[in-house]
Ligand binder design. Structure first.
Ligand SMILES: [Cu+2]
Length: 87
């Protein structure tokens, strides 16, 4: 099991969290997804090495931008101010 963290910009409410989770959970190899709109943190457990491209693409599919936060935290650049339709 591998745990990988990403920083997602643009999430503002619990519906945002859910749309991100629902996309990412369908990525091959993903076991568990933790996401917080408050911190913008996305934590993904995979049964092998995380497929960054697929995970980031899934977040994009939900309407948000993700960057991998590997130690040196990638600046969660100016939020693209997405929304889920509920916020
Ligand atoms: Cu929202």
């Amino acid at each position: 099991m591998t745990t990988t963290e990403y920083q997602v910009s643009g999430m503002t409410c619990s519906h945002c969290e859910r749309s991100v989770r629902e996309e990412v959970v369908h990525v091959n190899g993903v076991q568990q997804v933790e996401v917080s709109a408050a911190t913008g943190r996305l934590v993904v457990d995979t049964d092998g090495p995380a497929n960054d491209e697929a995970i980031i693409a899934a977040v994009k599919e939900a309407g948000y931008e993700a960057v991998r936060s590997s130690g040196a935290d990638g600046d969660p650049s100016d939020s693209t101010a997405s929304s889920c339709g509920c916020c």
